[in-house]
Design a protein around this ligand. Structure first.
Ligand SMILES: [Zn+2]
Length: 266
């Protein structure tokens, strides 16, 4: 059986992020320190899809596996994170919001929070062995939109990425971490094999492959807490507040969608 593998959720890696992404942006020096921790601990870094395959098949991953995921597709991943990952021989999964890309052109959708990757950079990452997953097309709140819009968000991002990369896109991360049973079913129907939620706990055996939980890494995450997290220690306590907030918020969101549907707003 695969031991519980921590799946870490990053966003931007930048020395000077804008206010909109600051809380979830990690300084490149801190990120370098975190990768050094992984190296000292003898960790390997399978991609998110590799973890999904292992969870599905029951085939074990190497001991001390840690999955590194990055949401949204910020240009700073190419500038800061990729060289550091390559220096350590680590890989990662980047979940791209296709409508946010810097040169999305006529496909542009939604409002990016910072400078985003270009298509050339996305291709470059895939060529460097980084798994490219989808993060919807416009960064929509998937649990709050009706079926046709939901299906389009899922379909369009997958189609664009597969067209550009010439390889299947198997993984998706929910924008804001928001999903529901309805959204998870649509993701599976849309041809995705694995999906990343937030959750702030470790993925367990027999868990839902359409809602693999991840642990949030913040600008304030210190090296000691990071080390204990990748060792799988104290996670229940350290992430208790995050987890309670996610659960409470999910209930509110389910209610909001139900009310809007009754009122014919979605
Ligand atoms: Zn996002």
């Amino acid at each position: 059986m695969t031991p519980a593998v921590p799946v870490l959720m990053y966003h931007s890696v930048s020395p000077q992020p804008p206010a909109a992404t600051r809380r979830l942006s990690v300084h490149p020096d801190a990120f370098a320190g975190q990768l050094a921790v992984l190296r000292r601990q003898g960790c390997t870094t399978p991609t998110f899809a590799e973890l999904g395959d292992a969870l599905r098949s029951g085939r074990p991953l190497p001991e001390r596996s840690v999955v590194l995921t990055f949401d949204d597709g910020y240009a700073d991943f190419h500038e800061y994170a990729l060289p550091l990952l390559e220096a350590h021989g680590f890989t990662a999964t980047v979940f791209v919001t296709t409508g946010w890309l810097d040169d999305a052109g006529s496909d542009a959708a939604g409002r990016p929070l910072d400078r985003m990757l270009s298509w050339a950079q996305v291709r470059d990452l895939a060529g460097a062995g980084i798994e490219i997953g989808a993060h919807s097309h416009s960064h929509a709140q998937l649990d709050q939109i009706a079926a046709p819009a939901l299906e389009e968000e899922l379909r369009r991002s997958k189609l664009l990425l597969e067209g550009e990369l010439g390889q299947p896109v198997e993984s998706l991360a929910y924008p804001f971490g928001y999903s529901s049973a309805r959204v998870r079913a649509a993701v599976a129907d849309g041809g995705y094999r694995f999906a990343a939620a937030v959750g702030n706990r470790l993925p367990g055996p027999g868990g839902d492959l359409m809602a693999v939980p991840r642990l949030t890494v913040r600008r304030t995450t210190g090296e000691a807490a990071f080390t204990r997290t990748v060792q799988g220690e104290g996670i229940a306590r350290r992430f208790a507040v995050d987890r309670a907030l996610t659960r409470g918020w999910a209930a509110v969101r389910r209610g909001r969608y139900a009310v809007n549907r009754v009122r014919g707003r979605v």
